[in-house]
Design a protein. Structure first.
Length: 230
């Protein structure tokens, strides 16, 4: 037997489950929540947020608390010679793409630029930001070894890899691989956050031909150009 209170309760439930337009109440909640979800996704796709997430996940692999500044990116790009029709520029540890943008502004052909980023989300961001540039989500050392195996000509390597925080075995592998990759005519442009004049971790493997301190970066950076001894 239906009571008056029972009927009133069912009427209230029915009202909550349906909007005045006949849609389920949950759909109205979904419509209200959608802008918040889009805002959340947009926030977490911003380059500084992606960089911070990558740093917190693996600080040793990132090696810095901030992305490279525009001044540092331009200083690196200025050291890179424009490749000919048979060569490539290889960027290692592209991060959020500040150096990549500077390389393109310098005049490096998009078809002659290959960028490598180990972090999956940063690599996805790079592919979206530079859709016409080859982006490889992978290990820089292994890629260089593959290039040597298949005799790929690289005119210049631009490296943002954190040499000072990488394991010694990884630095040694780079030091042995990069000279073979670049040959006698290629260049390596590398920056570190060394505050002293101590030799670069790559000094045992390559010859330094120039050095520049970039103060307009957090922290200040040391940009160096190396050539192979081969």
């Amino acid at each position: 037997m239906r009571t008056k209170k029972g009927c009133q309760l069912r009427e209230r439930i029915s009202f909550l489950n349906k909007s005045s337009w006949g849609f389920p109440f949950i759909s109205r909640l979904d419509i209200v929540a959608a802008p918040f979800r889009r805002g959340h996704d947009s926030l977490f796709s911003l380059p500084p947020v992606l960089f911070s997430r990558a740093f917190l996940a693996n600080p040793r692999a990132i090696g810095a608390v901030c992305p490279s500044s525009a001044r540092l990116a331009r200083a690196l790009a200025a050291k890179v010679p424009i490749p000919g029709n048979n060569g490539f520029v290889l960027e290692l540890g592209a991060g959020t793409g500040s150096v990549t943008a500077a390389l393109l502004e310098r005049g490096i052909d998009r078809n002659r630029l290959v960028i490598v980023e180990r972090d999956k989300l940063l690599a996805k961001h790079l592919k979206e930001r530079f859709p016409d540039v080859a982006v490889i989500n992978g290990n820089a050392v292994k890629l260089c070894e593959l290039c040597n195996r298949f005799d790929r000509k690289v005119n210049c390597v631009v490296s943002s890899l954190p040499l000072l925080s990488l394991p010694p075995a990884t630095v040694a592998a780079l030091g042995e691989t990069l000279p073979k990759l670049l040959g006698q005519e290629g260049f390596l442009v590398q920056y570190t956050y060394r505050l002293t004049n101590a030799p670069s971790p790559l000094a045992p493997y390559m010859d330094r031909i120039s050095s520049q301190r970039v103060w307009g970066n957090i922290p200040p950076a040391h940009v160096e150009v190396f050539r192979s001894r081969i």
